[in-house]
Design a protein around this ligand. Sequence first.
Ligand code: TRP
Ligand code: SF4
Length: 330
Amino acid sequence: MKKKRILSGMQPTGQLHLGNYFGALKNWVELQDEFECFYFIADWHALTSLYESPSKIKNYVFEVAVDWLSSGLDPEKCTLFIQSEVPQHAELHLMLSMMVPVPWLERNPTYKEKQDEVKNVDMSSYGFLGYPVLQTADIVLYKANYVPVGIDQAPHLELSREIVRRFHNLYKKKVFIEPAAKISDIPKLNGIDGRKMSKSYDNAIYLSDTEKQVTKKVKSMFTDPQRKMREDPGDPDVCNLFPFHKIYSPKSMQEEIDRDCRTAAIGCGDCKNKLAETMLSGMRPHMEKRREYLNKPKEVYEILAEGRKRACQVAERTLEEAKSVMDKTK
Ligand code: TRP
Ligand code: SF4
């Protein structure tokens, strides 16, 4: 049986952090065996917020690729490429943009939210309004069945489905596949200050952090806010640090902390020391692979070039199909 196809992308707007890893990347790695996967670095999408400093994007593209490979995305199993190296994305985006009503885009909740959230760049561009149209082109060029996305991206995907239906209604032929969201359960990990982990909050632990930086960040993590004194009992269920133990520490240690925190038998300092240790041993394999790939940029770029070839073949075929049904329409 033919494997179902998965496609997803990530914007190269900064270093990847643990939120990106546990929220997406880890899941992408797990999908490689069961599905035919296409993963790309959305550098054109990154321009929506970085158009004033586009030279940053190139560097982030490389960093993202290095983090992908170090996390276990395997170019033998999946296709890894850079969006702007496959010009069919831009061409299909243009074609779709002619048939998408602007109110569909203005209604998109993330459009308004981002405009309120991003203060340092003017996000009122034509391109940013059309972000979901480009994203639709990304997906449908590969006839992807599923798109692993966070729950916040669900409205975008619904819009993609509507755009596909509109195309099919207009030209009376089903060229594309209506993509379905693949929403996986994601462990709840916040930043060191307890807010959502994000580079704009300066509270993230990065895959590129050194051991020293990780340790320092763990030591400065917010814990149970009610636990002010060493003698106060704490509650791991409301502690910002405990979810990290759930990911990185052995079950026995989790149970011990869960018990001892509630009776104040363990202090937050000791708890943090334990976490720093288990976290570092969890992160070390990635750190080592990361150093290796950083030292062989040529190999990284070759992998992306190979991915580009494979992606172009698929994208070109779909684009030709789309053009031909439009040509045959009266
Ligand atoms: N919008 C996605 C993000 O910011 C990136 C993206 C671009 C994407 N095109 C896509 C994700 C297509 C899935 C499918 O994370
Ligand atoms: Fe959180 Fe650990 Fe402190 Fe308990 S002991 S409040 S789990 S940091």
